[in-house]
Design a protein around this ligand. Structure first.
Ligand SMILES: [Zn+2]
Length: 440
């Protein structure tokens, strides 16, 4: 049934009477289209049994958009209550939020400085990775009813966007948040960190696309597990960093002492000093101890830390890396990031609540909407850490006039690497969109 046939002329005329008389034809047409766009009754929605098998979601009984549908219908359906409406908005709004947040952050930076440009490359790679993930996901849910083949393209692109986000996360962890050699990894081995994580992300994409073949069972579980694998590899140095926070209480106590004593972090307030005490984000050249007696003990601890660092740096120049950035936000926000992703995985695997109550959460409250919301929250929590790391790294570079810690950071090694992966993933999407059956 066409969209035009589902519109009720009597409904439109009564609405027009309600808002006054329009003599002008153009204004009348505009009003008719506007009321169609914003009305709360979606045209031509289908029930589960009326849909082709490849469009059916188990436990979702109604509010399906027809497949095939015109592109214009897909766009306007974002304003109607269908079973895809909130799937679109739950990733589209967080994407706008992150874009505005990162844009506002960029407005605070001095782009005339070369070091700011270089240090920002990993950050912009991460920012683009997040926006690609959220944007591709929301548009996949918007346009998946255009045709069977477009549906495959939409969701294979969606899986590819998860891989791009994984690669972007790898890059920002490696260069900014948690360089592996800061957390016990062998320097030579950590050179393989980005290539291995990238290979796993690409493999995950292929496996996820494969789950779209109709004979594959337990596809939601498989898709979730498929992305757990690169997530664990990518996050291992960062998980080790979190473990250090949990298992070394004596160090925590020392951090508290140092808050009130000797470490003159450049441009930092005492609260920031506390959390960055054992990182390199302070002035190594200052030995001032102006406050009180306990300062002497703290000074000894810091000097000990500096000596260890200096000796490491002499043994291996690359180990003199800016470690421990974003200590203020890292423990809380990284824990939140992990918890939100775990909850998201729970909803994606269990399909709760619609699995328990089929037909009751067709439009609002389905597991996929919760999955989207918790993924978005996890990304926002992670972004807080990355933003702080960026600002601290720029501050350190400004104070010490050095970019030693960002030796390997170039436009190619960050944005270029991620873009190359995106091209490769696009080829995989193309291959699978041809290979997957368009009717089943
Ligand atoms: Zn989705």
């Amino acid at each position: 049934m066409s969209l035009r046939r589902t519109c009720s002329p009597s409904h439109e005329s009564s609405t027009l009477e309600g808002i006054g008389n329009f003599s002008d034809d153009k204004l009348q047409k505009w009003w008719t289209k506007t009321t169609q766009l914003f009305r709360l009754h979606s045209p031509n929605l289908k029930k589960y049994d009326e849909m082709p098998s490849f469009c059916r979601e188990r436990h979702i009984r109604q509010a399906y958009r027809p497949n095939p549908s015109p592109v214009k219908y897909c766009i306007t359906s974002a304003l109607h209550p269908t079973n895809e409406t909130l799937n679109f908005w739950t990733h589209f709004l967080p994407m706008l939020f992150l874009m505005s947040r990162h844009f506002n952050l960029s407005q605070t930076l001095n782009w005339d400085r070369e070091d700011v440009k270089i240090i920002s490359y990993p950050f912009w790679t991460y920012s683009m990775g997040c926006c690609v993930l959220l944007g591709c996901s929301s548009f996949a849910h918007m346009f998946n009813c255009v045709s069977a083949r477009v549906r495959h393209i939409c969701f294979c692109t969606d899986y590819g966007a998860i891989s791009i986000y994984s690669v972007a996360g790898t890059i920002v962890y490696f260069y900014l948040v948690s360089p592996p050699h800061c957390h016990g990894f062998n320097e030579d081995h950590s050179e393989f960190y980005i290539p291995v994580a990238t290979a796993l992300a690409i493999l995950s994409h292929v496996l996820c696309c494969h789950t779209r073949f109709p004979h594959v069972k337990a596809r939601y579980l498989l898709r979730t597990l498929t992305y757990v694998m690169p997530f664990v590899v990518i996050s291992t140095p960062t998980l080790l960093r979190l473990r250090d926070h949990v298992t070394i209480p004596t160090m925590e106590a020392n951090y508290t002492k140092l808050q009130f004593s000797i470490i003159p972090v450049v441009g930092a307030e005492p609260a920031e000093v506390q959390s960055t005490a054992f990182s390199y984000v302070y002035d190594h050249q200052s030995n001032a101890c102006p406050i009180n007696e306990s300062c002497i003990e703290n000074k000894r601890l810091v000097q000990q830390q500096q000596e260890t660092s200096t000796s490491d740096a002499e043994d291996n120049p690359k180990s003199a890396h800016l470690c421990g950035l974003a200590e203020t936000t890292f423990p809380l926000y990284y824990t939140l990031h992990l918890m939100f992703f775990l909850v998201a995985a729970f909803f994606n695997v269990t399909r709760f609540p619609e699995q328990k109550f089929p037909g009751r959460f067709d439009v609002v409250g389905s597991s996929h909407q919760f999955f989207h919301m918790f993924i978005a929250l996890g990304i926002i929590a992670q972004s807080v850490i990355v933003e702080e790391a960026l600002l601290e790294a720029i501050e350190y570079s400004s104070a010490h006039k050095t970019l030693d810690s960002f030796d390997g950071v170039t436009a190619w090694s960050t944005l270029g690497w991620m873009s190359s992966v995106a091209v490769l993933l696009s080829v995989i999407v193309f291959i699978y969109s041809r290979a997957l059956p368009s009717r089943h």
